[in-house]
Design a protein around this ligand. Sequence first.
Ligand SMILES: [Fe+2]
Length: 276
Amino acid sequence: MDFKAKDVTFRATKQRRTDLMKALELEIFLCRSDNFGVLLHCHESNLTASIDAPEYAPIVAMAERRGWNITHILTTHHHGDHVEANLALKDRYGCEIIGPRNEAVAIPGIDRAVGDGDTFDFGGHVVQVIETPGHTAGHVCYHFPDSKLLFAADTLFALGCGRLFERPATDMWHSLQKLASLPDETAVYFGHEYTLANARFALTIDPDNERLKARAGEIERLRAEGKFTIPTTIGLEKETNPFLRAADPEIRRNLLMEGRTNEEVFAEIRRRKDHF
Ligand SMILES: [Fe+2]
């Protein structure tokens, strides 16, 4: 009897240890003025990925602090504030750079080009590539379905979405729909701390949304304390982010667009944000 009880305890402890080893650990820190640096570490395999490479010094400082050797860079798109440190980090760590196939020519140091529906392995964790054209023509997001993590960079922000530099609103709407179809509990890590301005804008589109009002208050408080608003979740964004809510009857009424398509309503919300 005694032995059995001990055995159960041992197995439970071992299970916890195995779970911990399998878990991915994240470090989030500021780069440049408002970019997020993200390091993703797998304890079991000892692999570390930098999600994009916005700035060399803070990324190296965090990797040094944690004793993590950067083995991968997962590039989402070609903008300078996402690839600036690619070559310098590759020079220092010899890391592999994975990036979007449709803009591979513009990704410094790219080793492996990936596109929609591709999957690859990161230390035993499956990574799914989701192409989300809109902000740029080849923008990709990286989804870790087992850990329920999404790295959405400049496609989906907390209460916002990326500006449409290279593709029309219709494309971005469909890209956002792909992300919205992920499980509600998926944690979303995005590229910039724009959330306070996004919240103030969202309230002009969806002023009677109680969930949004409460969230905006919480964001005001967090930012006043100098805290980040990352991550968000797919479920929370579907409830409060006007860029995912073009089908909402209340929003359509507010915009006097009740008979229009979702794409048209989305395009109007994006146009208003550009001039906000
Ligand atoms: Fe960008």
